[in-house]
Design a protein around this ligand. Structure first.
Ligand code: GLN
Ligand code: ZN
Length: 759
């Protein structure tokens, strides 16, 4: 009999109950008991949803972040909160976000650094270690929740982050080798596992997702050390990997002395047979067959066909699960009553994915007749999606097939273009510009919302937005900026704005996924071939251009960013989807150019986020991602200046690909790194123009003219001054006009000073 289990369930709640409970608590509208009661009821609901499983995860729920929870379980808090008074929960929120409600009035502490959880859009709090770090067991959270789970009627399987992955996630100060802490960490894990065994827990899920990455010899050795030491514990360990293939770590993962292994059988489908061969005969194999990273229904018929021989071989030793925690998909499709019914029938959110698991288990254990109806429903939905004309548009497919290398080529190389652009644009040295958005005032948001709810006429909406655009243009003229923008008042979100106007996209009402803490995102669903029915931005940008004699830059979101911030199709390679998006945005670029907009910025804020977990696969991704950008950008004439923007500061390992994008101007985030990150542009002899950000838009601080001059002088030591622009780090939409105006005044004044100094 194949067992079913789950690796983790979304904790935010169907209606983002956790978000609202947290934010109320932080604002001190509620007290600790109320917050904990909401958390408890969410856990209970989650277990009710999972009651059919043979084992349900416990400890996957978190008030902020599961890595932070693990740090607390290991008694591992940053020094700066250790002396502070307050409860454990106060400490918890101090590490998470710099303050707890108990700290009202005082300044709080530095929040823990956050970074992306593998290749997902979830962010965890990075544990900080040094050679003085000590660990001590604090298992109360798990102990309490095991009892809760039992009273909810499920068999608990505690979920913890394994010791090797935990250390890998840590950041060490002063070049300290964090693996040296392993020997101090393992006894605490040993105690924890024994305690769990004492509570009658049979299985513990030990997450070691770094086994799907390329590991150095010392990390591989750490796995041996860790699991040989932990094998004496009395709980059975399910060594759990996800987000990719085991690759060269496969044999090691199979042989480590644990009772079971979970593998991602979606992304690692092709290596499952090798795992079956290598796995010692006493071990359980858990196959993650339901995709925990997207929102599509599983093709249960095809899956059963593939699973049956494996089940025949493994029998009881086969377990079934989603590929990874369901944290990365929305909770429930049920409330999406307004969704296009046809596309809706192709979708499965977390709750529906567990239903699929149940059907699979019955089909394998009792035969397909026992679940004939749900299997037939599933087969129908899969067949409809496969053949739907909503998904497949022969014209689009033909256009993608017709892509030739020439489509990605500018007419002339950069030096030739640069001369022509200089003549056409007549910009001064150190031209000043912004990244696109201006403050999104309450007025703007209200108008957009009213228009969305159809409470106001299109006419009123357009006049109001145009008034905002005019305001932005006039402010920029007053400031004396050299290249103006329209200000993006009409955009709620840089991906959603385009997705809503493209065919092949769909938007949910409640399809939230946790990004970090109380923050959630609602990724749009790209379900079909992408077509642009008509211009998407020209009306606004052309209007802005008509208002001024100054050069005006049009703003678009690039294909790779749109792709990386959406749920995308699983029936074609990501590359093909990127090319479809590229062709659609290319048309927009050409329409803008035809409307007289001769500076066009194509934002690729999320290009880096798409890098695969394994370095050996980076180049393949970068090749098509850069091609997609070039297809989008390069249909314009030489006198049209193409800008791109990236809001991060790590270019060292991808500089040659950034250069291959061949944008005439790239604007990047640099203000916080004091221009050091330009070193790589210098070493590489990056040939085109660069706008290193001089205004940290994440901070309310206003940079002074002197600070900006200093930053730009540093920049000029690395990049020839004639190729430098002056601009903020990123868009200004989250800031107030009162902050933006003085900051930009200083920026413009700094540019003047630099020009005078240069003669
Ligand atoms: N053009 C966008 C803006 O200014 C860019 C945002 C981003 O890079 N995240 O808001
Ligand atoms: Zn940005």
């Amino acid at each position: 009999m194949a067992l079913t289990h789950n690796l983790g369930f979304p904790r935010i709640g169907t209606r983002r109950e956790l978000k609202f409970a947290l934010e109320d608590y932080w604002k001190q509208n509620t007290n600790t008991d109320e917050l904990l009661a909401t958390a408890k009821s969410l856990r209970e609901q989650n277990w009710q949803t999972q009651v059919d499983l043979d084992l349900a995860p416990v400890g996957d729920f978190s008030l902020y972040d599961h890595v932070l929870d693990m740090s607390f379980t290991l008694g591992h808090l940053p020094e700066r909160v250790q002396g502070l008074k307050g409860s454990e929960l106060d400490h918890y929120f101090r590490v998470a976000r710099g303050r707890s409600p108990a700290d009202c009035g005082c300044s709080g502490v530095a929040a823990g650094e956050m970074t992306k959880w593998f290749d997902t859009n979830y962010h965890y709090i990075v544990p900080e270690v040094s050679e003085d770090t000590v660990f001590s067991l604090n298992s109360q959270r798990l102990v309490d929740q095991i009892a809760e789970a039992r009273s909810a009627g499920v068999t608990p399987k505690p979920v913890i982050i394994g010791p090797v992955t935990y250390l890998w996630l840590c950041k060490a100060r002063d070049g300290y080798q964090r693996l040296e802490l392993l020997e101090h960490l393992l006894p605490v894990y040993g105690q924890l596992l024994d305690q769990l065994a004492d509570l009658g827990v049979d299985w513990v899920q030990v997450d070691e997702p770094i086994l799907v990455t390329e590991l150095d010899a010392d990390w591989k050795l750490a796995f041996e050390t860790a699991y040989h030491q932990l094998k004496s514990s009395r709980a059975k360990l399910l060594l759990t990997t996800y987000f990719g293939t085991l690759g060269e770590n496969l044999q090691q993962a199979c042989k480590l002395p644990v009772a079971g292994l979970h593998v991602d059988a979606v992304r690692g489908c092709q290596e499952v047979n090798a795992v079956v061969d290598w796995l010692p005969p006493h071990k359980v194999l858990s196959l993650g067959v339901i995709n925990g990273r997207n929102i599509w229904k599983t093709d249960l018929g095809a899956l059963l066909e593939w699973l049956t021989p494996i089940h025949d071989k493994l029998g009881d030793r086969l377990w079934l699960a989603p590929s990874c925690s369901l944290l990365h998909v929305p909770v429930d499709l049920e409330p999406e009553t307004e969704l296009d019914p046809e596309v809706r029938s192709w979708l499965a959110f977390a709750t529906q994915k567990l239903d699929e698991l149940r059907v699979l288990r019955i089909a394998l254990n009792e035969g397909t007749d026992a679940v004939a109806a749900p299997l037939a429903d599933n087969a129908r939905a899969i067949a409809r999606r496969r053949n739907s004309t909503r998904v497949h548009n022969p014209t689009v497919k033909q256009q993608v097939q017709g892509i030739t290398p020439e489509l990605g080529e500018r007419q002339s190389p950069y030096p030739v273009r640069a001369e022509q652009q200089a003549v056409a644009l007549k910009l001064p040295r150190y031209p000043t510009t912004t990244i696109g958005s201006f403050p999104q005032t309450t007025g703007i948001r209200k108008t957009r919302l009213a228009w969305r709810k159809q409470e106001i006429s299109r006419e009123l909406y357009v006049t109001t937005m145009k008034a905002e655009i005019e305001r932005a243009v006039r402010e920029q003229e007053k400031l004396g900026l050299d290249v103006l923008v329209h200000g993006e008042a009409e955009r709620n979100d840089m991906v959603e704005y385009f997705g809503e106007q493209l065919e092949g996209y769909l938007f949910t009402r409640f399809g939230w996924v946790q990004s970090y803490g109380s923050r959630c995102v609602k990724p749009p669903i790209l379900y079909g071939d992408i077509q642009r029915p008509g211009p998407m931005t020209v009306e606004w940008i052309a209007y802005a251009r008509s208002l001024t004699d100054k050069p005006l830059k049009g703003m678009l979101t690039g294909p790779v960013t749109i792709l990386n911030w959406s749920f995308v199709r699983d029936d074609q390679p990501r590359r093909d989807t990127a090319f479809q998006l590229a062709l659609a945005i290319r048309q927009e670029v050409l329409d803008l150019e035809a409307a007289g907009v001769n500076i066009i910025q194509i934002d690729e804020a999320a290009l880096r986020e798409g890098l695969p977990l394994r370095r050996s696969q980076w180049q393949e991704y970068l090749d098509w991602a850069v091609d997609a950008f070039r297809i989008t950008a390069n249909g314009v004439s030489d006198t049209t200046q193409i800008h791109t923007h990236m809001c991060y500061s790590e270019f060292n390992d991808i500089i040659k690909d950034i250069a291959r994008m061949d944008a005439d101007v790239i604007t990047i985030e640099t203000s916080r790194s004091a221009m050091e990150l330009l070193d790589v542009f210098e070493e590489f002899h990056y040939p085109n123009e660069i706008g290193p950000g001089v205004y940290d838009i994440h901070s309310p601080n206003i940079p002074s003219r002197e600070q900006i001059v200093t930053l730009m002088s540093k920049a000029a030591e690395r990049v020839p001054a004639e190729r430098l622009w002056i601009n903020p780090d990123c868009g200004l939409k989250t800031r107030q006009w009162e902050e933006v105006i003085p900051a930009l005044e200083n920026m413009v004044a700094a540019a003047r000073e630099l020009r005078e100094a240069a003669g």
